[in-house]
Design a protein around this ligand. Structure first.
Ligand SMILES: [Zn+2]
Length: 327
């Protein structure tokens, strides 16, 4: 098995993974670590390799390749370019745009966009490990500020937290490290409570600002403390929301520094990517590459990624973010 921690630059990756065969061999070794080829269709072990490099199952007679069920399945892009793309995506802390990937790898921007969406689909968050200890919760609003728009495009009553022209994101951050965040339909107390119940451990201590959307948490059995921003409690060591503010700042850098425009339809994918980058921010670059490779091999369902690229360009875009409480 290849040790990914040996790759310190794109040049290392390009020199080692110089043929499609080598990439395939690496995928097969990572997938079937003990050399026992397991059929992805029926789970039967000890499948045979055919002369043409594909595999055949004795039990169900299916022919298959090492790429079935991974993000590489049915790809028309060379695996050599996929491996380079994975390195580029994992090594850029703020992400990489489809335009940049298109230039770096000599692929069309449409292909680059499609590859990025496939990789983003690997980042989706789940609730397998609840956030623990002290957890800060906060919402952020992303979208056009009406007063910055042309007169006839302005929508009334869109200041502050109105969701007429904005999208809401709800974030939960452990003081010790991990974060989860989601594109939410609204920021009503009831809605946010559902997310807290799902992603935060029962015995965690929740810190929020004094917004109405956090009223009633105590009554619903949560261990909850308000942070009083207006009274200058920022300095109070125990009671701050600095961790979640740090994540919002990171998210904004990604959206405005790298992507510039994010469509509401795919907003959750960008949030997932930001959360993944935040949660792995202390990893070494090589560890992040290894981790990405492992995720890419995990069998997943990517039919949702097969969307119409042209349609995606027509969806409303955000130009300005408003971060509640930010200067
Ligand atoms: Zn089989």
């Amino acid at each position: 098995m290849v040790d990914f921690s040996n790759f310190n630059s794109l040049v290392d990756v390009a020199l080692y993974f110089d043929t499609v065969e080598k990439c395939k061999e690496t995928i097969a070794q990572a997938r079937w670590k003990d050399g026992n080829i397991v059929c992805p269709y029926c789970g039967q072990p000890h499948c045979h390799r055919r002369r043409d490099g594909r595999y055949v199952c004795k039990n169900c007679n299916h022919n298959f390749s090492e790429m079935v069920g991974t993000i590489f399945e049915n790809t028309k892009v060379s695996l050599v370019k996929w491996f380079m793309a994975m390195y580029l995506i994992s090594s850029h802390k703020k992400g990489i745009s489809s335009h940049q990937l298109h230039r770096d790898l000599h692929i069309t921007q449409k292909t680059a966009w499609y590859m990025l969406q496939k990789i983003r689909s690997l980042y989706s968050q789940d609730d397998s490990i609840a956030l623990e200890g002290e957890v800060e919760c906060d919402e952020m609003y992303l979208g056009g500020r009406s007063k910055n728009k042309h007169k006839n495009k302005r929508v009334k009553h869109t200041q502050g937290k109105s969701l007429l022209t904005k999208e809401a994101i709800f974030g939960m951050a452990e003081r010790t490290g991990r974060t989860a965040a989601f594109h939410v339909k609204d920021t009503k107390a009831e809605t946010l409570r559902t997310y807290i119940s799902q992603f935060v451990a029962d015995n965690a201590c929740i810190f929020t600002d004094e917004s109405k959307c956090y009223y009633g948490l105590k009554e619903h059995g949560f261990n909850h403390q308000f942070v009083n921003h207006s009274a200058g409690e920022f300095a109070n060591k125990e009671v701050t929301t600095n961790s979640i503010e740090g994540f919002w700042a990171h998210f904004k850098r990604m959206v405005f520094g790298t992507y510039h425009f994010v469509s509401s339809k795919y907003l959750q994918r960008y949030i997932d990517e930001a959360v993944y980058r935040w949660n792995t921010r202390k990893f070494e670059e090589q560890d992040r590459f290894t981790y990405m490779f492992e995720m890419a091999l995990s069998v997943f369902d990517y039919h949702q990624v097969k969307m119409d690229f042209d349609n995606s360009e027509k969806i409303s875009i955000f130009a300005v973010a408003e971060l509640k409480g930010a200067p």
